[in-house]
Design a protein around this ligand. Structure first.
Ligand code: WT7
Length: 637
């Protein structure tokens, strides 16, 4: 059994040990897993010329730890309880025994389709059990999974498939989401016409919607599964073999493939799952994220299954068929631990209490949030109306790159404080640095959040481009991992995340780069130049505001409204609906300095509806541009 923190004293002891003797600390945690061969060295690292290896020389398969290990004591316990989008459709429940069998069958199916250890398999799927099953099936045979969120467009999917040089793509004919049906296979057909590496596309029949199948490439899932055996010996993996790639946005235009490896990721996700949520055997746990994001990887699939927990998986959206959907599911399944995003809380809060008051919610013990800063109103509402004042809220700060939760209360153990992620978990050594790279000591300070010592689930590289990994995360401050977030350590020593300090936005908990959206906008042939910024949005956290310079000749033949519409469609086409700008303002110029740099802070202010106090604007090439943008913005809003 994994060492668990029960009180403040335990936390202090664990934290101290994790800093003073990190290798001993993590070796003890790692000891509670099944290894085919124990490691030779706990940690080998270099933050200057970035390299990190955990449990070096260790051999294991993560699915033996997620599945086989539980067959002795928990075979008939529910591993995954799946709730479909349509409440009239039946739930699907998979016990550990059944999940094990499905994973083995799917693993054999992948092998039969030509997948081998080290191959990349891309998953573009609805939130159905087959998604979790195939993630594990890949891990079973040592294939590297790359899950692409099903809200991304064909061209976003194509560029991710290409970057990873994936051989096989798993998808479904369609994905029901709320009242809509996303035509996944249609999008896939478009994406696959743009790439050449995919040999096989396996299609799950999720709905009755007909699709076009391409001979010799496309195979129906149920056909591919017809003759496979239900036994599949797990592949022996090295602790540092890649487990998965997950693409995420950064400050440059091209998304990065964050690579996580096997041993360290397993140890850290299991440890944090059990401690942060204070998971106890027989708790029903529900994380509402999509497996297309890191939250779903670490805290729907791996963390909970490593713990032998019952993990609820929901296909739908919070407001369908009505805004009581989450709470109805909580009551029906007697959910004890509930983990969601601030944007969902704000959206449900806006729908009024009548959707909450219909439900008891008395099974809940622990509430969590993730993905973006939570504002005080949302925190209080969640605490009072969902947690009825007695459930601790764990505001968990972490990133795709960190693999697991880094700074967070431990439920019922560490005190909570609205809007604060509070304290680092054992093994995590956060520091705040000023612009010159000095560590800010003491309390009541604010700076750039960095981490100064490795932890087991940190990213190892960015797929195919290690230099990029080094320059993005390890070069801003020598010897530190730089998170890209600003952070305050208050008078009590508690951490409060202030948001990104780079050109990364957080829209409804989705991470999007401004450059990525600008690239998409610039593809419109009437567009000369564009600049995208985030602005505070009451539900989404941040909304997208774009300033666009158009070719005057094009504006003579097309109306502004038409061009804006086309620009919107261009962004949806290149990235997906999640990146659609809330506002598009056509401008005659952008506020540039004499050296040609866009003064984004001015654009951010205007987007936020603030029309003065722009600070020092003396380096602007043409200050009259700012005046005209302001006027335009007033007209827009
Ligand atoms: C960025 C990472 C971690 C899984 C989901 C997002 C922001 C995340 C919090 C929080 C304030 C947060 C940060 C971070 N963020 N959690 N509890 N409080 N901000 O993963 O897409 O990699 O985004 O999300 O800005 O850098 P991601």
């Amino acid at each position: 059994m994994l060492s668990k923190i029960h009180n403040l004293e335990d936390y202090a002891v664990a934290y101290r040990k994790s800093v003073n003797e990190p290798e001993k600390f993590w070796a003890t945690v790692a000891d509670s897993f099944v290894w085919r061969k124990k490691w030779d060295q706990v940690l080998d690292h270099d933050f200057e010329d970035y390299k990190v290896e955990w449990f070096k020389g260790g051999k294991l398969n993560i699915t033996e730890n997620c599945l086989d290990r539980h067959l002795l004591s928990r075979a008939d316990k529910t591993a995954i309880h799946w709730v479909p989008n349509n409440p009239k459709e039946a739930d699907r429940v998979l016990t550990y025994r059944q999940l094990h069998e499905e994973v083995c069958k799917t693993a054999n199916m992948l092998k039969a389709q030509g997948v081998k250890k080290g191959d990349r398999v891309c998953l573009y799927m609805p939130m159905v059990p087959e998604l979790a099953i195939s993630v594990l099936a890949c891990a079973r045979i040592g294939a590297i999974h790359s899950v692409i969120f099903a809200g991304f467009s064909a061209s976003a999917l194509a560029s991710r498939i290409e970057d990873a040089e994936a051989k096989v793509l798993l998808t479904a004919n369609a994905a029901p989401r709320g009242a809509k049906i996303v035509p996944l296979k249609e999008i896939v057909n478009d994406a696959l016409s743009q790439v050449s590496c995919i040999e096989k596309c396996i299609v799950l029949k999720r709905t009755d919607d007909p699709v076009e199948m391409k001979a010799n490439r496309d195979v129906w899932w149920h056909d591919a599964m017809l003759t496979v055996s239900n036994e599949c010996e797990a592949e022996t993996m090295d602790s540092e073999d890649p487990l998965f790639i997950l693409y995420t946005s950064g400050s440059t235009g091209k998304p990065k493939g964050v690579v996580h490896t096997t041993g360290g990721y397993m140890v850290y996700t299991a440890y944090t799952f059990q401690n942060v949520f204070q998971y106890e055997e027989n708790d029903v746990y529900w994380c509402t994220a999509d497996i297309g994001w890191i939250t779903g990887h670490s805290y729907i699939v791996y963390g909970p299954l490593l713990a032998g927990a019952t993990s609820v998986m929901f296909e739908g959206v919070p407001t369908y068929p009505d805004a009581g959907r989450f709470w109805r599911i909580v009551d029906r399944l007697k959910v004890n631990i509930f983990y969601t995003a601030p944007t969902a809380i704000r959206a449900l809060m806006a729908q009024g209490l009548e959707y909450v008051e219909l439900y008891k919610l008395d099974s809940l013990k622990v509430l969590g949030t993730v993905g973006e800063p939570i504002n005080r109103e949302a925190w209080e509402w969640y605490h009072q109306h969902i947690g009825k004042g007695h459930c601790p809220i764990v505001d968990t700060w972490w990133q795709t790159e960190t693999g697991g939760i880094m700074i967070s209360p431990i439920a019922g153990v560490l005190p909570t404080k609205p809007t604060y992620a509070t304290l680092p978990l054992p093994g995590i050594q956060p520091v705040l640095l000023d612009a010159d790279g000095n560590e800010l000591e003491g309390k009541g300070v604010e700076g750039n959040l960095c981490v100064k010592y490795p932890w087991p689930s940190m990213l190892r590289t960015t797929w195919g481009d290690h230099e990029r990994c080094k320059s993005t995360y390890f070069s801003t401050y020598k010897g530190y991992y730089f998170t890209g977030d600003g952070c305050r350590r208050d008078e009590d020593g508690y951490y409060r995340i202030l948001g990104r300090v780079d050109d990364v936005m957080n829209v409804s908990g989705h991470r999007l780069g401004t450059a990525e959206i600008e690239n998409a906008i610039n593809m419109h042939d009437a567009v000369v130049e564009s600049a995208v910024v985030g602005y505070p949005h009451p539900i989404k956290g941040q909304g997208i505001y774009s300033y666009v310079i158009c070719d005057p000749e094009k504006l003579e033949v097309t109306t502004m409204e038409e061009i804006k519409q086309e620009i919107s469609e261009m962004v949806i086409d290149k990235i997906g609906k999640i990146a659609k700008p809330e506002w598009i303002q056509i401008v005659r110029g952008l506020p540039k300095t004499r050296s040609g740099k866009i003064m984004r802070r001015i654009l951010r202010k205007i987007a936020a509806g603030e029309f003065d106090n722009f600070g020092d604007t003396s380096t602007l090439l043409d200050p009259s541009i700012v005046e005209s943008i302001k006027e335009g913005a007033r007209r827009e809003k």
